[in-house]
Every structure is written in C-alpha cells, then in structure tokens.
Design a protein around this ligand. Sequence first.
Ligand code: C2E
Ligand code: CA
Ligand code: CA
Ligand code: CA
Length: 278
Amino acid sequence: AKKHQRAGYTEFGQEFEQQLQRRLQVASELRHCVERNELQLYYQPQICLKDQKVIGAEALVRWIKDGKMIPPGEFISTAETSGFIVPMGYWILEEACNEQIRWHTELGLQLKVAVNVSVRQLKDPSFIGRLDDILRRTGIDAKCLELEVTESMMMENSRDLRKILQLIRQRGLSIALDDFGTGYSSLSHLQELPINLLKIDRSFISKVTKSEEDRAITSLMIKTGELLKLRVIAEGIEEAYQHEELIKLGCHEAQGYHYSRPLSKADFMALLQEYPEL
Ligand code: C2E
Ligand code: CA
Ligand code: CA
Ligand code: CA
C-alpha cells in the first residue's frame, strides 16, 4: 500500500510540474500575442426573446498560435496572474468597438457589443483614461458598449471597484453581472452595484426543465432582476425547450448554441446579413 501511495505521489508531482511548465510557457508566449497579431475576437449573438432579433454580440477572445486555436480557458487566468491581461484587454476593447462600428457602417445595424473584463483590468490606474481614448478613437456610441464583470469578482465589493464602475456608467456604457447565481450576492449587495443587467449562469439554464425546483431558482433570478429594474439575459441556451421555458419565465434576452456558436467576425457579419432574426 505504501509503495502504491508513493507511486501516486510521484505521478501527482510530475503532473504538477508539467502543469507548471505549461503555464510558464503559456505566460512567456502570451507576451507576444498582441504584436504578432495572434489574437482574434469571436462574436456570439445575443437575441431578444420577444422577437428573436439579434440585438448584439458577446466578444470572446481566441488565441491563434501556430495555426491552432486556443480557447480562453487555457490562457486568461495566466494572463491575469502575469498582468498581461491589461494590455491584452485594451486591444480586445478597441477591436470590439471597431467591429461594432463596422456592423453600423456596413450593415446599418445599431447593435451592442459586450466585452468581458476582469478585475485586474478595472484596477489598472489608466483604465478610465484608456477607455475614453478608445471611445473617442473608434467613435462608438457608448450606449452600444457593454462590459461584463463576473459576480464573483464583485463579491470583493470594494469602494474602489464601485467607483470605477460608476465612472464607466457615467460614460453611458452598460454593465452586466456575468455568471449570476454562482456567487452569493445578497439583494442589498446587488442593489448597491451600479449594474444594468444580470446574466444568468449557464449552469442554471442547463437544468431549467429538469425539475420544478431548478425552474423555480431561475424564475427567482428573473424576478430579482425585475425587482431591481435590471434587464436579464440567460446564457448557455442549447435546446429549444430551454428557449421556450425562458420566454414563459419572462426573461428578456438570451445567448447560446441553440441560436449560434461564437463566430469569426466574417461569419458573424454573414449571419447578420442572412438572418437578422434567429
Ligand atoms: P463567459 O464570459 O461565461 O463566456 C461564455 C462561454 O460559454 C464562452 O466560452 C462561450 O463560447 C460558451 N458558450 C456559449 N454558449 C454556450 C452554450 O450554449 N453551451 C455551452 N456549453 N457553452 C456555451 P469561451 O469563449 O471558451 O470563454 C470562456 C471564458 O473565458 C468566458 O466565460 C470568460 O470568462 C473568459 N473570456 C473570454 N473572452 C474573454 C475576454 O476577451 N476577456 C476576458 N477577460 N475574459 C474572456
Ligand atoms: Ca461573459
Ligand atoms: Ca458567463
Ligand atoms: Ca458562465
């Protein structure tokens, strides 16, 4: 048994070392991804549940390294701990705004673009200044730009963070509370946050018609939004029955594979031209 344990430990140790090696490698290669033009944004449509019209898109970053597409799950956390998320985040923000302008000038559509930001980015002392630069340079209408911040990030509830969110709101942007339901926000905490919409986490949507109880939780989240006068969007809709159920529960907006996967910018443009309603 002892031998077995030792073998297990070594295996674990090796795995740990490999993981560490991989993270270090990712961190050093990540540093050059912007200047080497290795980043791309994909866009996943967000639809209005009333009429199924595309009202905007969430920008999701992809890293194309040696022709292979690396999902954000494999590098965002490394980018956050190394601090590289800050310059990378400015590139993402500007790219998303430029693309929103293209939808407007080339297709005449006034859509919103939602961009994920991590707390590390918001805490960069030059965030507001850089945001103003990007708004000015791209000419995007601030009300078409939405920032998604996760509920867990907001649990920190610091005055500094709230202040930054207020400055963002003052500029006319909207703020979505991402992964809503996975943290432990109280109603009073939610009420204090300068947010515009709640984005119900996929984990709730995936269970939505399995049991009465799960439906009740989702329903409660939608009612919480109504109570606080916030818009509510659901993410991760994969099946038609989830779509139907969310309409019944009074959810306003939705996003998920049921409507479309995240698309390259060319594919998203083509979708807008062919199917402005999904
Ligand atoms: P998130 O913000 O919760 O984004 C939603 C994720 O769910 C995306 O994964 C999306 O492709 C995936 N998804 C969308 N619809 C469905 C569905 O119907 N079913 C399932 N199973 N999945 C669905 P992705 O693109 O791999 O992004 C993962 C996470 O990486 C994001 O989670 C976000 O936290 C982070 N991320 C992505 N892009 C950025 C970025 O530009 N900046 C920052 N800071 N984080 C980003
Ligand atoms: Ca998001
Ligand atoms: Ca989310
Ligand atoms: Ca999520």
